[in-house]
Design a protein. Structure first.
Length: 178
């Protein structure tokens, strides 16, 4: 059976949180943590991105089967599982590398992203500041960032931040989980 595989790329703060959630969705075939949106030459390192000097955001790139889950649904889940109203910050993570951003792969994705952001605006007390931009170069993050939550569940950040976020996500989107 052939699949209708597509890519989606976005950042909603720390990529460890975002990756952990999207790995659990039906129709999501793969999730890669990485960096995009920067202007420094060459492949950036985590340390360079964390400095805030490269202009890159921490992002995830999903490979998903559009016959199982739509790009629209993925974006709604993305927009409702982080705070799209805080500029360059998610919780205690502060800096341009933690910005809320949707990198579209084509004009259809751009239109869907603009529509979803517009439709969700009334659900938030503050204006949505999520950037919508064309995908430039996507760089895979270092190997130790891939599957970070699964491999480091007992780590302090995972326990304090990711575990509660996953619990909320699982409750909100139970019917969409694998």
């Amino acid at each position: 059976m052939s699949k209708n595989l597509q890519l989606a790329t976005f950042g909603g703060g720390c990529f460890w949180c975002t990756e952990a959630m999207f790995r659990e969705l039906k129709g999501v075939e793969n999730v890669v943590s990485g960096y995009s949106g920067g202007n420094a030459p060459g492949k950036p390192t985590y340390r360079e991105v964390c400095s805030g000097l490269t202009g890159h955001a921490e992002v995830v790139q999903l490979t998903f089967d559009a016959d199982v889950i739509s790009y629209n649904d993925i974006l709604v889940i993305f927009m409702t599982t982080h705070d799209p109203t805080t500029l360059n910050r998610q919780g205690a993570d502060v800096g341009t590398q933690y910005r809320s951003v949707i990198y579209y792969h084509d004009e259809v994705q751009k239109q869907v992203a603009e529509t979803v952001v517009k439709e969700l605006a009334d659900y938030f007390d503050d204006p949505i500041v999520t950037e919508i931009a064309p995908l430039g170069i996507f760089y895979d993050a270092e190997d130790y960032h891939q599957d970070y939550y699964k491999n480091n569940t007992e780590q302090g950040y995972c326990n304090a931040v990711i575990t509660p976020k996953l619990a909320k996500f699982r409750k909100l989107y139970a019917e969409k989980l694998k």
